[in-house]
Ligand binder design. Sequence first.
Ligand SMILES: *[C@@H]1O[C@H](CO)[C@@H](O)[C@H](O)[C@H]1NC(C)=O
Ligand SMILES: *[C@@H]1O[C@H](CO)[C@@H](O)[C@H](O)[C@H]1NC(C)=O
Ligand SMILES: *[C@@H]1O[C@H](CO)[C@@H](O)[C@H](O)[C@H]1NC(C)=O
Ligand SMILES: *[C@@H]1O[C@H](CO)[C@@H](O)[C@H](O)[C@H]1NC(C)=O
Length: 722
Amino acid sequence: MTVTMTASGAQLLLLALCVCRGFGLQQSAPRVRLSFKELMDTKAARPFSFSFNTSDYRILLMDQDQGRLYLGSREYLVALDMHNVNKEPLIGECANFVRLIEPWNRTHLYTCGTGAYQPICTFINRGWRAEDYLFRLVPGYVDSGKGKCSYDPKQENIAVLIHGNLYAGVHIDFMSTDAALFRTMGGRAVIRTEQYDSRWLNEPVFVQIQQIPDSAERNDDKLYFFFREKTLDSSGGASPSVLARVGRVCLNDEGGQKSLVNRWTTFLKARLICSVIGEDGVETRFDELRDVFIQPTQDERNPMVYALFTTAGSVFKGSAVCVYSMADIRNVFNGPFAHKHGHNYQWTEYTGKIPYPRPGTCPGGTFTPGIRSSKNFSDEAINFIRAHPLMFHPVYPIHRRPLVVRTGVDYRFTALVVDQVDAVDGRYEVLFLGTDRGTVQKVIVLPKDPTSMEELTLEEVEVFRTRSPVKTMKISSKRQQLYVSSDAGLTQVSLHRCGVYGRACSDCCLARDPYCAWDGESCSAFTPSTKRRSRRQDVKHGDPLRQCRGFNAKVEKRLRETVQFGVEGSSTFLECQPRSPQATIKWLFQREGKRKVLNRVGGVLKTNHGILLKSLNQSDRGLYHCLATENNFKHTVARVALRILDRDIVLALTAQDEDEVPQTRQAGPYPQSSLVSTPFPPEIRLINQYCQSYWEQLSPKQQQQRKRTSRRHTESQDQGLG
Ligand SMILES: *[C@@H]1O[C@H](CO)[C@@H](O)[C@H](O)[C@H]1NC(C)=O
Ligand SMILES: *[C@@H]1O[C@H](CO)[C@@H](O)[C@H](O)[C@H]1NC(C)=O
Ligand SMILES: *[C@@H]1O[C@H](CO)[C@@H](O)[C@H](O)[C@H]1NC(C)=O
Ligand SMILES: *[C@@H]1O[C@H](CO)[C@@H](O)[C@H](O)[C@H]1NC(C)=O
């Protein structure tokens, strides 16, 4: 039991501040929010703490086999241990911004940097095994970085090494006016996109690149890349200024014979749509593609494409995640081409004859076994694709709506990774979303009913000591770790910290975190391999009544009744803080055994932290129950027995205090004990008896805490009545 005496007018100001916080964002309010310090206290995160003069960290490669993470920053290249980023990092110096690290062979990596506007590349020897502790630039070897790495460190570039060929989306000139998708190195011809043709690429910003096979026939293998670019229809009005794109080329493209020589002859692109219709019927469009995460499935031809968008422009901050299927993307590439008609530059559907082989088809593939090389494509096919690189239909997301939407908030998402988690009741996709305020949100999306989905933000954690937008994120499901970088640093964060949800089964259950389950004692990480009967988990419904039978009763019993004293005529605050922002609160008032919904004549001021009862009188004496309801689960969060003190008595008591307090403070650890000897009215004697018995129950350790608290009580009492 705890005793608090509140009769403070000074507290009113504080309360007023609490009342107006946190309306309207119920759905996206995280259940748990941890500051950087709180996150560190959970021991479930580790900031990279090697100090050297650098900035602009980005994670460039995660090497699951060697358990290493390759990090590039201004003038440094760092190899980190994925288990512990602070365990003997291997650091290489290089005079530029490192922008590319790709695996070359079993022992070597290929790396490129901007090299003060003269991009250069080289090999790094990292040894056969992580235990070799080797991380060394191959001495004397330097390659030109042209077509591999951007000149300007401010330009984003993407790259992937496939069979010794480097495919890169880069700006290849000093002024960053010439952007291209390039193929360099290896045995194949150097190929690029058509130069200075805005129909192909128009000031693109490259986001992601990956090979995704289209069929079992290797000649059909394609490279998909994701970018955003400026719209060509500068006519203004309805069309957005930036568009999100998915593009593709065939890996075995050799360029044309007479025209499009050393240019892609299979380059096609399509628009990615991500938008939402609000309740007011107004469409919010998210066109600024920021990040793409490609989640493999059992079928290597059909991974899921998670794309992160923000609204274009700077006034209205909105973000969304849309998910695309490869089947939908392929359908758009197999559909009609867009055609520019007349002088007004309107894109229309091309309805004329389409040459054979259909533009975009790979040579030697399933449909063109007789054509050995792209150099054998007909002139019509080559000329057609040069003028028609854009598909007419856009790609819509699955269910034609975003999976996650954030509008009306003062932050944007900047990076995205996704994990698949096997929980007791099924498989869940968990999204980790980096923000421009240096936090990571963990979000799951569940079917609410057959037609709608429910978005749950499980937690938001601050991952950097100094607030800085999240730049890149990588996830290792195997190691259950997330790696997050920003301009100022890198932090390794565990995918879960189940303990923070609370110490009761119902807390664990209501958290609905697929990584966590109640093991009978605590909320802890759930792994299907260590399956135990007693594990309680219910992500789908989050119903503790079903999952926590027996455990809840214990919690309710453990809930202590607090005794609180109020002074007649003054106000008092009854605290009740549910763990979850999603919970709704109801107060019950109990007197002489009867419990009723609190309906006080003098009024009740509700805040996020409890209720304020103004101008108390004796009729307020009784037991107050604070009931939280979440997901149809009701439980008592606080129980407060309120006693009312007569105002005159309190005044008399504090008048006495002015003489006695200095003396009693010297007298010993129990300031109240001096009051016993004084002839005081019955209420005061009651308090003293109560406190006395309370002190006697306490262990020495708790007594120390109590000392601190009791001093505070004296102060608040002085404040309130002084
Ligand atoms: C850190 O690096 C920057 C850029 O190279 C340089 O201007 C600055 O002087 C360096 N600071 C220290 C303390 O070495
Ligand atoms: C990997 O490539 C490097 C650079 O070309 C070469 O020196 C090295 O011998 C190769 N290692 C293996 C195991 O092939
Ligand atoms: C394909 O092109 C090559 C070289 O460009 C040429 O030698 C060959 O005859 C062509 N084959 C066909 C079937 O046109
Ligand atoms: C307490 O206050 C309420 C409403 O202000 C009033 O109806 C009631 O009579 C008061 N009771 C006492 C004992 O003063």
